[in-house]
Ligand binder design. Sequence first.
Ligand code: CO
Length: 155
Amino acid sequence: MIRRIIKQGDPLLEQVCAPVTEFDERLARVLDDMHETLDKAEGVGLAGPQIGYMRRVFIMHLGEGVRVEAINPKIVKTYGRQEVKEGCLSVPDTWGIVIRPKKCKLRAQNRHGEWYTLVLKDLGAQCACHENDHLDGHLFIEKVERLIDPEEAQA
Ligand code: CO
């Protein structure tokens, strides 16, 4: 089921999310809905609070069928830096330049509760950090070095 994506200004986007404790059918359904919602929005990442699910969950669609589900995630290590163009499905029509790590090590659980470690770089590292910030109530606009206009964002 496609869920409505909550927009900037909604207090839910400013809250700290609680850990997931039940790896059950409900969690599986939320994750499936998040994938469907992200496909429809043609985005790269989506965090639980963006659909009003106030738990520590995010997903990423990194191209070529690479789909990541991160539950109770932690960015355990970061490497280097990259200056990137960034936007957010909860902040429509707004893009900015943000400094993110070039690489990061993500530790998280899958939908069955099993822990895994994933090393991400470039877009993957950018996206994981962006989505992880959502779980602590932070939006990318707090980190923007400068806003850019839509034409520059496409380039
Ligand atoms: Co976002």
